[in-house]
Design a protein around this ligand. Structure first.
Ligand code: T1G
Length: 696
């Protein structure tokens, strides 16, 4: 027996408790302990039934993900579950908090399952690029039918305890302490002489051709290149034609196949790095300041989104606008956002009403913010306007309050130093729509106090955001790197590629949108304003997409004007390619004496990513991003980078930094100005190292 699993006999029930904080992952020591406990139970004549419990806040968090990719050590989870299932005495489990992956598979190996209200049950393996590998795809459909199994497994989602009982995954719903409820259930089974009910012995679930067809159609469209979701459907289908042992073998075959894919590595990298961004030496052990009341200045799209995100997470919000009309408009936007949350089931109508009545108010006077703990400025991107707002905040905010700016590129140091309390100033760069997008760049200025940084990360957690620490530079982490791969795209177009081919190639790589579709979504006036802003300092060797300036001057600003790079028709999804754009590009080439050449989709993808990784290497080297993982999380949560590739830096490590450097050096032969290998990339490649070596 190991110290991870306890065995105690209580009133004829062998209580087997798995205690492996923080999430009772089924690592090797737990498997050894569980296997020993089951053997002891079988041999224990005083034990008439067994009760499986997980100590602490949840039942079982699944297999130990940190063991993946390493040689598997016996005993295997499927074997332990098989032994539990074939026990001659009833085995029960009581599920509180969460039963996920291997944790739910252990429960499915039990003969009786009790779920405590509030528990989440699910098989999220596909989110890690694999499929359930300990019987989930074979046993779940046997108890729930294939329809319910196909709703859960390819989606990698979770369900409530109530839903689990509804679909037959759990036999009983209870409240309170799992041990107590479980013991009551086990003793009742003993008293009633209930027999073991091995799920594996149940008949194959009925095949439902339509359900399989719909699931394959749905996940072929939604998965953007991921392979695990479709593979999980194949495994569930095997359950409809194979008896348990053959079905388990087929599941294992597909599981092993998925374990070997780079997608598994990318998705598991993503799992662990999103949990590391808040692990920063400067805030370790630093207590954040109390924040329950916040102020938002500016009720435009961003301000209203930020207010909505805060309100739906229980914060009190006062929104300041310059006049009543603007304040009313902002309040209407927020009410609309909250209605949307009610429609999506994220909020009840009662909660919305309580928010609007008690937790939210508008004002046109900064003094209304004097009692707030933190203020977020989200006004027009102009330094003088920002400084005026911060002068007001400096005047009204109480001592110890945090003053934050939502600027997406302006100098946070300059804003901070325009106040009398620069150490209380920080950048909180939300991504639009702010009540939807998960990413928050926490921009730490030179004078920002560590407890202000700690407060920002705590606020992010409260608001359900994934926060990444960024230093001060133009565009911080995300937008700075974006402008580099955007520029690479423009260079390929100038050299002969079509903007539409670039978009297609980038989407084929796994991105939700190409740069030109993205430009149309954001508005081509944004790009134009950025080029104008940088014109004064632009290097003469640099090139600009003059065709885009012409589109701007033609008033073709993208989706919002019905035409940009694409033509957008009412009621039509997406835009149509516009031959006039190709014409404008050809004209630019002629003016610059450029003879267009062909680009393959692979070359477009390679150059796009090379520009991204090269600039990201500079961002890490300069300390704007602390580690490569911060770049990866930024792009996974803020820019739609395909999660199964793990992020741009993980992708680069997968490709090999030596290869990538060789590409960049080759590109530099034709354009030495744009393609200068970042020193960090050069150094790591020379030392045959990976970016991952800097992730700590
Ligand atoms: N293995 C290893 N470490 C894990 C882990 C796991 N399954 N789950 C969490 N951790 C670590 C995590 O990295 C963090 O570490 C700490 O625990 C707290 O996590 C055979 C093969 C359970 C809902 O996909 O969804 O079973 O940062 O911050 O917010 O078919 O963790 O403190 O060092 O997320 O309270 C399937 C993954 C595995 C569930 C708790 N299971 N975990 O959330 O804490 S594959 C999963 C979660 C499998 C079988 C297959 C969540 C949670 P650190 P946390 P939380």
């Amino acid at each position: 027996m190991t110290d991870k699993v306890r065995y105690e006999l209580t009133d004829g029930v062998a209580v087997i408790t798995i205690d492996n904080p923080p999430v009772n992952a089924l690592g090797h020591a737990v498997r050894v302990g569980l296997s020993d406990a089951i053997a002891r139970f079988e041999a224990d004549d005083d034990a008439k039934a067994a009760l499986i419990l997980g100590a602490g806040k949840l039942f079982l968090g699944g297999a130990d993900i940190s063991e993946f990719g390493k040689p598997t050590k016996d005993p295997w989870l499927p074997e332990i579950i098989g032994r539990m299932e074939s026990s001659p005495k009833p085995v029960v489990c009581a599920i509180q908090g969460a039963a996920l992956g291997g944790g739910l598979e252990v429960a499915l190996g039990c003969h009786y399952r009790l779920a405590i209200k509030g528990a989440k049950l699910g098989l999220p393996e596909v989110n890690l690029g694999i499929i359930p590998g300990a019987g989930g795809t074979q046993r779940m459909p046997r108890v729930t039918g294939v329809k319910a199994a196909l709703e859960v497994i390819p989606a990698g989602g979770t369900m409530s305890a109530e839903r689990a009982v509804e679909i037959g995954l759990a036999d009983r719903l209870a409240e309170g302490d799992p041990r107590e409820a479980g013991l009551t259930y086990a003793k009742e089974l003993i008293e009633t002489g209930a027999a073991p009910r091995p799920v594996g012995k149940l008949a194959c679930p009925q095949h439902d051709a339509q359900a399989f067809e719909e699931a394959r159609a749905l996940w072929s469209k939604k998965n953007r290149g991921e392979v695990s979701r479709l593979a999980s459907i194949d495994a569930v289908e095997a359950a409809t034609r194979l008896e348990i042992e053959s079905g388990l073998a087929e599941e294992r075959r597909i599981f092993n196949e998925m374990m070997e894919t780079p997608q598994r590595a990318g998705l598991i990298h993503a799992f662990f790095i999103e949990r590391k961004t808040a692990k920063l030496p400067e805030i370790e052990g630093v207590a954040p300041r109390e924040v329950s009341k916040i102020g938002v200045i500016g009720g435009g799209t961003m301000g209203a989104g930020i207010a909505t995100a805060a309100l739906t997470r229980g914060l009190d919000v006062t929104l300041v606008e310059r006049d009543d009309a603007s304040a009313e408009k902002a309040a209407a936007t927020i009410a609309k956002n909250l209605d949307g949350a009610v429609k999506r089931g994220k909020l009840s109508a009662g909660q919305r009403d309580a928010i609007l009545n008690d937790a939210f108010r508008t004002a046109t006077d900064y003094d209304a913010l004097s009692g707030t703990d933190l203020a977020i400025e989200a006004v027009f991107e102009d330094m003088e306007v920002k400084k005026q707002v911060f002068a007001e905040l400096d005047r009204v905010m109480k001592p110890g309050a945090v003053l934050a700016t939502n600027t997406s590129y302006l100098d946070v140091n300059e804003i901070a130093r325009s106040t009398s309390r620069p150490s209380d100033v920080i950048g909180l760069h939300f991504f639009g729509p702010a009540h939807v997008m998960k990413l928050l760049e926490v921009v730490v200025a030179d004078d920002t106090a560590n407890d202000v940084t700690a407060t920002a990360f705590a606020l992010a957690k409260t608001m359900g955001k994934t926060a990444v620490r960024a230093g001060v530079c133009d565009g911080f982490i995300g937008n700075r790197i974006l402008s580099a791969y955007r520029a690479a795209a423009d260079r390929m177009v100038l050299a002969g590629a079509s903007p539409y081919q670039v978009d297609r190639a980038v989407k084929a790589f796994g991105w939700p949108m190409g740069p030109y579709e993205m430009g149309d979504l954001a508005g081509l006036d944004i790009g134009y304003a950025t080029r104008q802003r940088k014109a004064a300092t632009r290097d003469p060797r640099d090139i600009g997409p003059t065709w885009a300036d012409e589109l701007y001057h033609l008033g073709r600003l993208g989706q919002k004007t019905g035409r940009g790079y694409y033509i957008y028709k009412e009621g039509q999804r997406g835009g149509q390619e516009d031959p006039e754009v190709e014409g404008l590009v050809a004209k630019t080439r002629d003016e610059q004496g450029i003879t267009p050449r062909d680009f393959s989709d692979e070359e477009i993808q390679r150059r796009y990513m090379a520009a991204m990784v090269n600039e990201a290497a500079r961002v890490v080297e300069e300390g704007i991003a602390q580690r490569p993982l911060d770049v990866d999380v930024t792009f996974l949560y803020g820019y739609g980078f395909p999660r199964w590739r793990g992020g741009p830096m993980h992708w680069a490590d997968t490709v090999g930094l030596t290869e990538l450097l060789a590409d960049i050096e080759r590109y530099a032969e034709e354009d030495a100005f744009f393609w200068q290998p970042a020193p960090l990339l050069w150094r790591l490649a020379s030392d045959n190292k990976k970016f991952a070596s800097l992730n700590g």
